[in-house]
Design a protein around this ligand. Structure first.
Ligand code: FAD
Length: 380
């Protein structure tokens, strides 16, 4: 039976879901708020794990293309202390394909392929159990009904209120993201410092992480514990929403005062700054099943970014797609969604606990905690 299925959101969760359904020859409507695929910068690099993101791509028939695009050497990880001493310098084996990196933009284009996404279709509300099915309201005032609406619309989901009253709360940790372009030619010293993958420096309640993307692009994340309004306290002239890049830069340099000069060059040469306070949903977020509506990815289980959110989102998207495509009738569709939710909640709950504990140790009053965590998880 051909169910009327809509997925709200064209991120890793929504596109993987749609792509697997497409492969199984089941129609799906993909509704994305952004007006076009390149309407905003796609973000940094993602490492896709063999048994999560890569498994999802294999279910979508895209693993070989991923392998051609991804960067196994990007798994390299270097840790420095705040005076610039290298404490760990881990290199993957040449054949290591456990967690290769891919730019988010490349992943999005790979998943998009020939999918027919409806761009510029922001959803405002989802009303379950109307006479004709689940009713979706759009920002432009239009409405449509479906048999199943899948909320893959991220942290601030507009679908989530149809199943749950949970809202994200601030973790107490903020990221400020900046970028360096063409690092190998314009900043060769920094290129050497970062290496082929990621470099991290951990201090008291703060960290600086630099990650190589493709084409000599580097994303730098300044991470620190602070109240949400930290920038107004720090300097009354510094507003992150303002375009005063130099004020933001000097505010950040003051926060990391005393760190080694080559490390601080990551902030000195950064081009623009993006404020990303880290929000999370309650660990083990679940809800009473609502027929016709479910959630995937960050909409269901927003957690600290410790390298697993996109992986879970993609695996869930692929698994739900296979289950609903195999469900012959309306009752089977509902049973398939229920079973999927139970499996998602159990797995995401385990990862949310790990990611929450991980964030406590990575941005910690005791910087040796970050090193200990690295030693626990990194293969020797
Ligand atoms: C700095 C940082 C680094 C990270 N690094 C990693 C990593 O290395 N590995 C990893 O696995 N995870 C990582 N994550 C986590 C990862 O980014 C998320 O878990 C992942 O993007 C979740 O995918 P998603 O599809 O659920 O949501 P999103 O990626 O947020 O996509 C949601 C989509 O829905 C659209 N949308 C939103 N609202 C509406 C609406 N009302 N109507 C229609 N469309 C809407 C949005 O425009 C967007 O396209 C990182 C996160 C951060 C912040």
């Amino acid at each position: 039976m051909r169910h009327r299925i809509a997925v709200i959101g064209g991120g890793p969760a929504g596109l993987t879901f749609a792509r697997v359904l497409h492969r199984l020859d089941h129609p799906v409507t993909v509704l994305e708020r952004d007006p076009a695929p390149d309407a905003r910068p796609p973000g940094g690099t993602l490492d896709l794990h063999e048994r999560m993101g890569q498994l999802a791509l294999s279910m979508a028939g895209l693993l070989a293309e991923f392998q051609a695009l991804s960067r196994p050497e990007g798994q390299a990880m270097r840790i420095l202390d705040t005076d610039g001493t290298v404490l760990r310098d881990w290199q993957p084996r040449p054949d290591d394909r456990a967690n290769p990196e891919i730019d988010r933009g490349q992943l999005r284009d790979l998943l998009l392929g020939s999918l027919d996404v409806q761009w510029g279709r922001g959803v405002t509300e989802v009303v379950p159990e109307t006479r004709d099915g689940v009713l979706v309201h759009f920002a432009d005032g239009r409405q449509e009904t479906f048999d199943l609406v899948v909320g893959a619309d991220g942290a601030w989901s507009r679908v989530r209120p149809a199943v749950s009253s949970a809202t994200p709360h601030y973790t107490g940790v903020t990221l400020v993201e900046t970028s360096l372009d063409d690092v190998d030619t314009r900043h060769p010293d920094l290129a050497r410092l970062i290496g082929d993958g990621s470099m991290a420096v951990y201090g008291v309640n703060r960290a600086l992480v630099a990650q190589r993307n493709s084409g000599g692009h580097v994303k730098v994340y300044a991470q620190f514990r602070a109240p949400l309004d930290w920038h107004t306290n720090l300097d009354r002239h510094m507003g992150l929403d303002s375009v005063d890049v130099e004020a933001v830069r000097s505010g950040l340099l003051a926060l990391f005062d005393g760190w080694a000069a080559p490390v601080l060059d990551l902030l000195r040469h950064g081009t623009a700054f993006v404020h990303r306070p880290l929000y999370v949903l309650p660990v083990s977020h679940t809800w009473a099943h609502v027929p016709g509506v479910t959630l995937l990815g960050d909409a269901a289980h927003l957690m600290p970014p410790l390298g697993v959110g996109a992986n879970l989102a993609m695996l869930e998207g692929a698994e739900l797609a296979e289950s609903v495509a195999a469900a012959p009738g309306p009752g089977d569709l509902d049973e398939a969604v229920r079973a999927f939710e139970e499996q998602m909640w159990a797995r995401a709950g385990r990862w949310a606990n790990i990611a929450t504990a991980g964030l406590e140790r990575l941005v910690s009053p005791d910087p040796t905690e970050a090193l200990a965590l690295f030693d626990e998880v990194q293969p020797s």
